[in-house]
Design a binder for this molecule. Structure first.
Ligand code: CUA
Length: 326
């Protein structure tokens, strides 16, 4: 009986966080649309059940005495069978059928020839690649708006779950398996995604962004992904590039077109253009970037990047260089 109250509470809670947090009830994609429609069906059914139960409760309380006076057998039994078994059966079968219908529709696809994007889960960031394109990026993927896009998911460590509330339902990343799902954005925009399976201390900071854009812009993104990173333009950026190559940075991170070819951490070829540092941990600006390089453990404790003994004089150069990579 508390279920409808909980649902109402959930609606109020969702209404309260309409700011930045994406809502599955504000769908902008095919999969999320089905989930939202199903949610509303369940919502109105639970409202109807709640009202019915309250009416029966009031009726029982008000007419208790009269019923005590003359109980007629047969009548109550029929009521118990119809209201207690028949009605719930109809509701459950209906909901089950709707669920199966949506499950089948979501499992059906994408179209052959759909663009494929490979997403690999790491503790705690997302590696993004496109088959046939040389480069990689992190925590941000672009998709052509209005098209079905195949998402191929793997994990290199523990379970994660790929979820873009406004575009698609969750798909788990299972160790040792390659799983496929798909999404389709109906309108252009940036949609926040989030790891939806607890995967360790920084599970909350395993966010990503899906940018749905016209085909032309998507093709431009693909071209950027496949080409070398921007070269340094200023003296500070040149010094920064040297510091990056000679220090420990290049042991873990790759920058396309340079000798830095580490494969442990995210590819940094376009780090200056990213929406955040540390998969949604902090904004991508000079101050946070410097703090992250010096000791990312104070920003995102437990992440796999050890504190870096960077000489203070080198830090501004490194920041200038990394910010120029876009
Ligand atoms: Cu990855 Cu939670």
């Amino acid at each position: 009986r508390l279920a409808p109250v909980a649902v109402l509470g959930g609606v109020l809670a969702l209404a309260g966080c309409s700011g930045q947090a994406p809502s599955a009830l504000d769908p902008a994609g095919t999969g999320a649309g089905r989930v939202a429609d199903l949610w509303w069906v369940l919502f109105w059914i639970s409202i109807a059940v709640f009202v019915e139960v309250m009416v029966l409760l009031a009726w029982a309380l008000l007419f208790r005495r009269r019923r005590d006076a003359r109980v007629r057998h047969g009548q109550p039994l029929r009521f118990v069978v119809v209201a207690g078994a028949g009605v719930p059966l109809v509701i459950l079968v209906t909901v089950y059928a709707l669920g199966l219908r949506d499950l089948a529709a979501l499992g059906d696809g994408p179209e052959p020839g759909a663009t494929t994007i490979e997403v690999t889960g790491h503790q705690w960031w997302w590696e993004v690649r496109v088959p046939g394109v040389a480069g990689a990026t992190a925590n941000e993927l672009h998709i052509p708006v209005g098209e079905q896009v195949r998402i191929r998911l793997r994990t290199v460590d523990v379970l994660h779950s790929f979820w873009v509330p406004q575009l698609m339902p969750k798909t788990d990343l299972i160790a040792g398996e390659v799983r496929e799902t798909w999404l389709r954005a109906e309108r252009a925009g940036s949609y926040r995604g989030q790891c939806a399976e607890y995967c360790g201390t920084q599970h909350a900071h395993m966010a990503f962004l899906v940018v749905a854009e016209p085909r032309r812009d998507f093709d431009a993104w693909l071209a950027r992904l496949g080409s070398p990173a921007a070269g340094p333009q200023t003296d500070a950026q040149r010094r920064g590039q040297q510091a990056f190559a000679q220090g420990s940075c290049a042991g873990c991170h790759a920058i396309r077109g340079t000798d830095a070819n580490g494969q442990v951490g995210p590819d940094l070829s376009d780090v200056g253009a990213r929406w955040s540092i540390g998969a949604g941990a902090v904004p991508n600006d000079g101050g946070h970037l410097g703090g992250w390089i010096a000791n990312s453990q104070t920003v995102k404790p437990g992440n796999h990047m050890p504190p870096q003994p960077v000489p203070a004089a080198q830090l501004p150069d490194l920041i200038a260089y990394l910010q120029s990579l876009k």
